[in-house]
Ligand binder design. Structure first.
Ligand code: NAD
Ligand code: MG
Length: 356
């Protein structure tokens, strides 16, 4: 496989699965954690390595080191591996996704931003999602019956129990205290604002087609997806909060052995469900509307990335991430007509947010 984002939370889990199922790792691509990258190079002996910054090149212990986005695209082209695991963060993942598809590879896709931004112009038949909720939906959909509604769950993120008046003053450190999952910084912030769940609904829409989609909070993150069938039955996908199960399914054709221990419901005792309220999660206001015009995902994604940069730089408060995304969403109302438009719109929206 070609593993993009190997030193991140998904990347490290993907390497666990690669070891367990004896999958060959042909390319490792990472950002600036060169110490960990060097350990991975030693263990997995890839043919090529890609890093994000030229100035780190001399620290990498490998004979074939490529750099930057161009380096990722070149590695995808040169590698014989049939599968790309895309675990890069943000819009930067879109070009590698497109290039991997153009080179005839299949993609195990953690980089949901690829689909949020460009989903209408991407052939999803070659994509297997690495996301617990989409894995859950896919699992439940194996019982092919007429269905009514697909629901994914949210944890509620770091601020689910905070008094709403305090959200204004929430710091980056506060936002990173996720109650159930250990993940990279950006997705943890997106969980706190509920942006992540909005993105996952858009991701689901591109993966599973037109239909009724919704999300609810399940505070333990033990149920990941539910399906209401036409006959009145509802099925739910339970599994412990670990990405190894979705990753194993995205990387292997069959998974017949134990990846996780099953959830012990008596031990769990009880579960709690909550509605996602717009007062705490203002971005939820646009949920119904954007699901009707999911092509506008590129606007929300670009605005969110730009606003998060400002939040991390302490230029805006936590709630302003959502406020500024909503402002951009109100301003940019024309959906892109093709992939070139997606890239143009992404740039324009970032410029708009920078000037707010
Ligand atoms: P992370 O921050 O832990 O890791 C990101 C990895 O990508 C690192 O190796 C980093 O060095 C590398 N990287 C980032 N930008 C890069 C660039 N421009 N070029 C080269 N390398 C780059 O993030 P993560 O939590 O692993 O998330 C990765 C993606 O997976 C995100 O899109 C996220 O939404 C998605 N995802 C994550 C989880 C999870 O449990 N962590 C679950 C579902 C989906
Ligand atoms: Mg998820």
């Amino acid at each position: 496989m070609i593993l993009l984002g190997s030193t991140g939370s998904i990347g490290v889990n993907a390497l666990h699965i690669a070891t367990r199922f004896h999958l060959h790792v042909d390319v490792l691509a990472a950002g600036r954690n060169i110490a960990l990258l060097n350990k991975q190079i030693q263990q997995y002996q890839p043919r090529m390595v890609v890093i994000s910054h030229e100035e780190d090149r001399h620290k990498v212990v490998h004979a074939d080191v490529l750099v930057g986005e161009a380096g990722i695209l070149e590695a995808i082209e040169r590698s014989d591996a049939k599968q790309v695991v895309n675990a890069i963060v943000g819009f930067a993942g879109l070009k590698p996704t497109l290039h991997a598809l153009a080179c005839g590879k299949t993609i195990a896709l953690a980089n949901k931003e690829s689909l949020v931004a460009g989903g209408s112009f991407v052939d999803t038949s070659k994509i297997r999602p690495i996301d617990s909720e989409h894995f859950g939906l896919w699992y439940l959909l194996q019982a092919s019956r007429p269905l009514r509604k697909m629901t994914i769950t949210a944890s509620g993120g770091a601020f689910r129990n905070w008094p709403i008046e305090r959200l204004q003053h929430a710091s980056l450190r506060d936002a990173l205290k996720h109650p159930n999952w250990s993940m990279g910084q950006k997705i943890t912030i997106d969980s706190a604002s509920m942006m992540n769940k909005l993105f996952e609904l858009l991701e689901a829409r591109w993966l599973f087609g037109v239909g009724e989609y919704d999300a609810i909070i399940e505070t333990r993150s033990l149920i990941h997806a539910l399906i209401d069938f036409q006959d009145g039955s509802t099925t739910a996908h339970f599994a412990h909060a670990s990405m190894q199960l979705p990753i194993a399914y995205a990387l292997c054709d069959r998974v017949d052995e134990t990846i996780l221990e099953p959830v012990d419901l008596v031990h769990v005792g009880s579960l709690e469900f909550r509605a996602i309220e717009t007062e705490r999660y203002p971005i939820w206001q646009i949920k119904e509307e954007i699901l009707k015009l999911p092509q506008l995902g590129v606007v929300v994604n670009a605005a969110n990335e730009a606003a998060i940069e400002k939040f991390v730089a302490k230029q805006i408060g936590f709630l302003e991430i959502s406020t500024q995304v909503l402002q951009a969403y109100a301003h940019f109302t024309t959906p892109p007509k093709n992939m070139d438009d997606v890239f143009l719109l992404d740039t324009e929206v970032r410029r708009y947010i920078a000037l707010l």
